[in-house]
Design a protein around this ligand. Sequence first.
Ligand code: PLP
Length: 400
Amino acid sequence: MTLANGRPYLAIPGPSVTPDRVLAAMHRAAPNIYEGALPDMVETLWPDLRALAGTTGAVAAYIANGHGTWEAANANLFSRGDMALVLATGTFGHGWAATARGAGIDVQVLDFGKAPADMGQVEAALRADTGRRIKAVLTTQVDTASTVKTDIPALRAALDAAGHPALLVVDCIASLGCDEYRMDDWGVDVTVSASQKGLMVPPGMGFVWFNEKARAATAASDLRTPYWNWLSRADAGEFWQLWNGTAPTHHLFGLRESLTMILHEEGLARVWARHEALARAVWAAFDAWGAGNPAIAMNVADPAYRARAVTAARFGAPHATRLRGWTEKYAGVTLGVGLGMATPEDPDCTGFLRVAHMGHVNAHMTLGALAVMEAGMIALNIPHGAGGLAAAAGVVAGAA
Ligand SMILES: *Cc1c(COP(=O)(O)O)cnc(C)c1O
């Protein structure tokens, strides 16, 4: 018998759960894009978007998904033949590298597999670039496939130690509004993100933030096309110039609501703390399950390098895929697929899954997802250690 009726829970790392309030804010007649409520409201978004990223720099928005923001950064920062140094800690780092390569940028990838970046290697690569060809270092803060978190202040320190002038460009698509992030304090030059993860708005909007150093680099870039030009958007005089055409009308009302929830109601520090606590609850359950079955293990061993937005774990092929099928069919919880975790023994990634704890998520959702996973392990005879749910509940109790 299926117990899946009731409200389904999409616990995948994007799109995340859209709050009813965001949906309600979007549910309205098409607004006038020339004057009135929409342009007036949009003025209020920019200071909040800056606060979210922790910058006083410029911000530009696009009708685009995360891939579009990669392209925006590529187009504005580079000329054909310039070099980018990409730190890859999973599928998304390689994805950005491929996008840059496809645009005609000369890409050097430092491939750390599915493990945290080694800043010693980064510093060495920068020191080796005596001709100063590397124009920018591109990295994810969280690689959503491996769920590895990159230590951005440590990366800044590596650039500084090498005395290298490259721009520091960070993909916060999975992490903004989940993991602590301070663009200006951490010396980041460009940040990119998108609407459908920590920002809790449906997919369809992308954002870039850039400082004066990045703005100066923009002037020399020859990959820029009129649509992707971030200067005309960030410095727009007319409302249409913000979007290079029609505004993403309804998304903007949804975004207003989500920024109010994050910044003006809960507060960014408490949003980060909630993600931290829910992440630790998930980790506690995995630790207990894994204690009884070594096949179960989180991908990232050191908690310091784990995302607070999503956790990737191995279950032993094909149990992750079986478990995901069970939780969705019998309990209404959709878990994330294993992404980029294929091995010769497990070419279809049936041994990995991801549990998102990203955005509009509270303790009952995360504890519920974990309880449903344990029910699935029991139903499917997947061996696991005892006490996972009690451990997760203990973390929630301690944090509340
Ligand atoms: C989701 C994600 C992307 C891709 O975003 P799309 O909206 O799917 O194009 C890129 N980078 C990271 C870190 C992501 O989590």
